[in-house]
Ligand binder design. Structure first.
Ligand code: NAD
Ligand code: ZN
Length: 244
């Protein structure tokens, strides 16, 4: 049950930060890592999503990413993504931090998006760092840059650092937030899982949306045990009634 009173006092100047994870894209038909697709079930993501895996078998890893890209390009943003984009248009001080690489937030119209784990539609060369964004690589084999280096997807792999400026902006947004939402993330992956805690310690109202409890649920001021595609349109309606 989502209560209007949770948002009492909210106005156009209220600062809101949101952290999303794979769960928000589930209703679009993008599987989370935990419910991996049949074809790839024999591999653990840890065995594919790492630099070592890529270097020892570039074509296998590239093929997995092509498979995930093809899937993501076929699906559409869901009511949860669209509601967040509308909330951003109501509240100018809004930051969306996502662990997803699927680009669905931007496709739904979100603008101020911090992609802390990268974007599956972008690529760069491991040797000269040249960007190959926007290039459609259709083959199953890992492509090569003009310099001869391997081209890799611009996503953060296990054991890699997060993009420095982006994660710093995410921490700043958490510290400044009046309201912080954690949506569809299992809250096991750090440092993302720290963001809600930092926001709460800095005084934010912390709201979690997830059909399942997570290690953070006990700390949430309000835990909404619903799919985000149902909860977020309801929250949007409440915010519209308060702000408009
Ligand atoms: P996760 O798979 O660990 O957790 C997903 C969470 O979503 C779970 O807690 C689950 O209970 C919840 N959930 C399921 N259905 C939901 C719904 N309808 N509404 C709201 N919540 C729902 O995902 P994570 O926490 O994002 O961490 C896994 C890592 O995998 C991330 O780093 C991410 O980059 C990567 N990943 C991304 C995508 C994507 O871009 N869509 C897909 C798979 C994995
Ligand atoms: Zn190169």
């Amino acid at each position: 049950m989502i209560e209007k009173s949770w948002f009492a006092g909210l106005n156009k100047k209220t600062t809101v930060a949101v952290l999303t994870g794979a769960g928000i894209s589930k209703e679009s038909g993008v599987p989370t890592f935990r419910d991996s697709d049949g074809l790839w079930k024999k591999f653990k993501p840890e065995e594919l999503a790492s630099f070592d895996a890529f270097i020892s078998n570039p074509d296998l890893v590239w093929d997995w990413y092509q498979f995930r890209r093809d899937l993501i390009h076929k699906v559409q943003p869901n009511p949860g993504h669209f509601a967040l984009a509308k909330i951003e248009s109501l509240l100018p001080n809004f930051t969306l931090i996502t662990q997803n690489v699927d680009n669905l937030h931007r496709r739904a119209g979100s603008r101020n998006v911090l992609e802390i784990h990268g974007n599956i539609d972008k690529n760069y060369c491991v040797k000269c760092q040249k960007r190959h964004d926007g290039t459609q690589f259709n083959g199953k084999k890992a492509p090569r840059c003009d310099c001869g280096g391997l081209v890799r997807p611009d996503v953060v792999w296990f054991g890699e650092m997060l993009p420095e400026k982006t994660i710093q902006a995410a921490f700043r947004a958490a510290e400044e937030a009046d309201y912080f939402f954690s949506i569809g993330t299992s809250a096991y992956v750090y440092p993302a899982a720290n963001l809600p805690v930092i926001a709460k310690m800095a005084g934010a109202v912390f709201i979690e949306i997830n059909p399942q409890e997570t290690p953070l649920s006990q700390q949430a001021h309000h835990f909404i045990s619903m799919p985000s595609g149902e909860a977020l349109p309801e929250i949007l309606r409440i915010l519209e009634s308060i702000i408009l």
